[in-house]
Design a protein around this ligand. Structure first.
Ligand code: XBP
Ligand code: MG
Length: 248
């Protein structure tokens, strides 16, 4: 892909800003145990279940797999039983994230600082719940300053989750940025597909749970956010005295 001008970077959260999915998995399991349910998601279970984005959607998929009779009695992932389990999981996760149990991914602090220095707009496009994102930001105010992000589109803000492009379209609309002048940063196949369907170029940086994903649709696959620092820069623009930010 040739160098092109960018006005914004749009970041996924889980697996991209921070390696969060192990804490998510542990908190799902704790919520199940507290409710007296005999369900424990192993790492292998969770890797498979992660192809379903959204915690409530994931819980309902599991129930369909292991207790189809129970699933048949529920009103899908919006059923109060699923909502209650997920609400407790969110409480547990947000408490852990706020206590600093998840750290920003390597290179993320440097990438955010570089993007700010270039004057790029920053946004969040995630399927996770807003409380989880707020807790992550609250735990790392120095390297993840909430005020640096012009907008945060979270799981509650869309009717369809990734790989649907809705979350990216909403982020673009709120930023007032053309898709051709944005760059998405993602860790999963579903995230890459969502950004591409919104017309946004995407850099994939595989994470713990997505290392085996197919990233064929990504414009670039990198080993860490630190590698992206060197790929964003600026050049002299058409207007004298004004530079243009670029991705190469
Ligand atoms: C993340 C998700 C989320 C989290 C859990 O996907 O799918 O469901 O696993 O968060 P992505 P919730 O990184 O592609 O946005 O339980 O709040 O849904
Ligand atoms: Mg992700």
């Amino acid at each position: 892909m040739p160098e092109f001008a960018i006005d914004a970077l749009i970041f996924d959260v889980d697996g991209t800003l921070a390696e969060t999915e192990e804490l998510h998995r542990i908190c799902f399991n704790r919520a199940f145990a507290e409710a007296g349910l005999p369900w424990t998601w192993s790492v292998e279970d969770y890797r498979r279940l992660l192809t379903t984005t959204g915690g409530r959607e994931r819980i309902f998929r599991w129930i369909e797999e292991v207790e189809p009779e129970r699933a048949a009695r529920l009103a899908g992932h919006d059923d109060p039983f699923v909502r209650a389990l997920h609400a407790r999981k969110t409480e547990l996760y947000a408490a852990g994230a706020r206590a600093g149990e998840v750290a920003p991914c390597p290179g993320i602090p440097e990438l955010l600082a570089r993007a700010r220095g270039l004057g790029l707009a920053l946004a969040i496009a995630t399927t996770t719940s807003r409380a989880n994102v707020e807790a992550l930001f609250d735990a790392h105010p120095e390297v993840l300053p909430r005020a640096w992000f012009a907008t945060m589109v979270c799981g509650e803000d869309t009717s369809r989750k990734k790989p649907d492009p809705e979350v990216y379209r909403l982020a673009l609309a709120r930023l007032g940025v053309d898709p051709a002048r944005a760059l998405a940063v993602e860790d999963s196949r579903n995230g890459v597909l969502a950004a591409k369907a919104a017309g946004i170029a995407v850099v994939a940086i595989p994470s713990l749970y997505t290392a085996g994903d197919d990233f064929a649709e990504a414009d670039r696959v990198l080993g860490s956010a630190g590698e992206l620092v060197a790929l964003i820069g600026s050049r002299v623009g058409a207007t004298p005295g004004r530079s243009v930010s670029t991705f190469r």
